[in-house]
Design a protein around this ligand. Structure first.
Ligand SMILES: *Cc1c(COP(=O)(O)O)cnc(C)c1O
Length: 409
């Protein structure tokens, strides 16, 4: 035992030396625009609850009602006796929201990626990922056993090159009777950079090469498209994307993950997605809260919240650009302030926390080494005064900023 402890402490020391150590911070309030940490109140710019639904009365009410009617736990996996009415109601609501024939929910977005990718491709197939996709997709790709190829972030030439290689490989394959497949996976809005994938061009390439396309809408659901279902809808690509996935834990305000597509896709996943089959069904409260979130997103209130969010994002962007921060030109609620060094990013985050502002420093392995950043997220629960307080506090710690290479003034 003591050798084990010593070994882990040695490994932790290495993590600390690289300024990569992480620790949990206890929050004693709902995860809203203001959070209570260590007895004090911080203005929170780190949440993915973009529309402020996680603490919305309609979602809380739905969760409470589900607990009263269906209990606290689901009791078993969906295929045993855990497929409770709230799960079916949520899946019907998601299919309608996304305009697809069917939808299937999982216990998390992470479990969704793991289950879906592992069910769709195996060792004879090829999986092609954008360099910056979420860890859940990378892990799923590795676990699937498929041949993994990565293209530079949003690089269509790189993607095409890989697809051409996969064509020749798949044609010459005699490995099995089953025709080898190529699956491309990308995010629509990238989680740590806030930029958008060129989905129309990717869809054109995948059609040309007969590949399949899976899009993770984790940071787009609720924010993009006339019906607010995501970027696939906004780009009019619903018929060209074989698999759309998302999480119910971000703009939807609850917890869980989902896939939507054809009935055959959902039927197949129920039979083949291991993270769905071999895991206890989500608690009914989570499913009911998510269904309430999906409904709210589509309501007039949902549209008001989205409009409010974009106004706040624009206010913050203007302030940051004036202060000389380079930002992606696209519209997104995620604003990455790239610092570079891990230690410097931690220093600025700490200085901001002293100013009562909470923004986490995002470091390796969430982003590449030397690409540490403050990932600022805005939500509809913020006020214009909150945004102003943030830019002022950032200005006060700007003596730290001036030491960051390749930043104006
Ligand atoms: C957050 C996230 C996930 C995981 O979803 P959870 O519900 O949090 O497990 C998957 N993909 C992307 C792009 C994400 O940002």
């Amino acid at each position: 035992m003591s050798g084990f402890e010593a070994e882990l402490n040695e490994r932790l020391r290495a993590v600390r030396e690289q300024a990569l150590h992480r620790e949990l911070r206890r929050v004693d309030s709902p995860p809203s625009a203001r959070i209570t940490v260590g007895g004090g109140t911080l203005l929170n710019f780190s949440s993915n609850d973009y529309l402020g639904l996680a603490n919305h009365p309609a979602l809380k009410e739905a969760a409470i009602r589900a607990v009263e009617k269906f209990g606290a736990g689901a009791g078993a996996s969906r295929l045993i006796c855990g497929s409770l009415a709230p799960h079916h109601e949520l899946e019907a609501a998601l299919a309608e929201f996304e305009g697809t024939a069917a939808a299937l929910t999982f216990s998390s977005g992470y479990a969704t990626a793991l289950g879906v990718i592992g069910a769709l491709v195996g060792k004879d197939d090829v999986i092609v990922l954008d360099k910056l996709v979420h860890a859940s997709i990378v892990d799923a790709a590795r676990l699937s056993g498929a041949k993994l190829r990565v293209f530079k972030h949003n690089d269509l030439d790189g993607l095409e090159q890989i697809l051409r290689w996969a064509d020749t490989r798949n044609k010459s394959s005699t490995a099995s009777a089953k025709r080898p497949r190529t699956l491309i996976v990308t995010e629509s809005v990238f989680s740590m950079d806030g930029d958008l994938a060129p989905l129309r061009d990717i869809a054109r390439l995948k059609e040309r090469h007969g590949a399949w396309l899976m899009v993770d809408e984790a940071h787009a659901t609720g924010l993009f498209g006339a019906r607010r279902s995501g970027l696939v809808e906004e780009f009019g690509l619903a018929d060209q994307v074989e698999v759309r996935m998302g999480t119910l834990g971000k703009a939807v305000g609850a917890a869980g993950g989902y896939v939507c597509g054809t009935r055959a896709l959902v039927d197949y996943l129920v039979n083949r997605a291991r993270s769905f089959i071999f895991s206890t069904a989500p608690v009914p409260a989570a499913a009911a809260a998510a269904a309430a979130g999906v409904k709210l997103i589509q309501s007039a209130e949902g549209e008001r919240l989205r409009t409010r969010l974009w106004a706040l994002v624009n206010q913050l962007k203007d302030g940051l650009i004036q202060a000389g921060w380079p930002l992606p030109a696209v519209r997104s609620a995620i604003l990455p302030l790239v610092i570079g060094g891990e230690r410097k990013a931690m220093e600025i985050a700490t200085a901001l926390r002293e100013q009562k502002i909470f923004v986490p420093a995002i470091r390796y392995p969430t982003v590449a080494r030397g690409q540490a950043r403050l990932r600022v997220t805005v939500t509809a629960a913020h006020t214009p005064e909150d945004i102003a307080a943030f830019t002022e506090a950032l200005g006060r710690v700007s003596n730290l900023k001036s030491q960051i290479p390749n930043l104006k003034s």
